[in-house]
Design a binder for this molecule. Sequence first.
Ligand code: SF4
Ligand code: SF4
Length: 241
Amino acid sequence: MLYSEQKHFDEIIAYLEKDNNVFIVGCDGCAQSSGSGGPKQVEEMKQKLAAAGKNVTGTKVVGFLCSKALVKSGLRGKVDQVQAADAVLVLTCGDGIQAVAASINKPVYPGCNTINLGGSRAEWEGSERCFECGQCLLWHTGGICPLTACTKSLVSGACGGAKNGKCEISQDRDCGWELIYNRLKERGLLSRLNDMMKPLDHRKLMVRPEMMSTPRFALENFPKPPPPPPAADASKEVKAK
Ligand code: SF4
Ligand code: SF4
């Protein structure tokens, strides 16, 4: 599971500065158990945004936002409310926010930071990946993680080495920053590239000492059983005899 904490409200409201109509999405999986994005936190966020003068066009809590199939089916009955929104605020882990951003054609903003538990994975297998950086940057990158999509984990733009959309490190990989550029262009958000990005706070990439004594950390880092010994090659045994 991925553990997340809600961002400070001032940070969230700053992303939404130009967006009056907001749809909120929460997750009934890890975010619910983290206390960052379940039904209770979605309702609280709705009230806070309304108090800050925003029009909340609707809300939805989906079972697991890390599955794009569940995101799409969960939002099926909310299409009009999502369409009426200028932006969608997602209260969950980095994988879930990326899955929502890949599933709907709207600006998507992270309401949470994913906290390092030493290499956790989302509950559902998907192509999205999160490094648990503790300072989610998806508001700046159109909902594509620069730490996992870019081979060098660059957070403030492309290195300039890409050729034909492929990374200079490996022609087998798409350039993450070209993916980010294309996503921002498609959504009319290229001005996001003018944002002045703070350097990454690498302290937040470490597991916090207090997290190491939590059941969550123990579950994620429980020693894996050793792999079974290789099966004996029966044909070789016969020849040896
Ligand atoms: S920016 Fe990437 S690594 Fe950091 S929390 Fe968001 S998805 Fe995870
Ligand atoms: S070519 Fe693109 S993905 Fe590769 S390191 Fe440079 S910016 Fe990152």
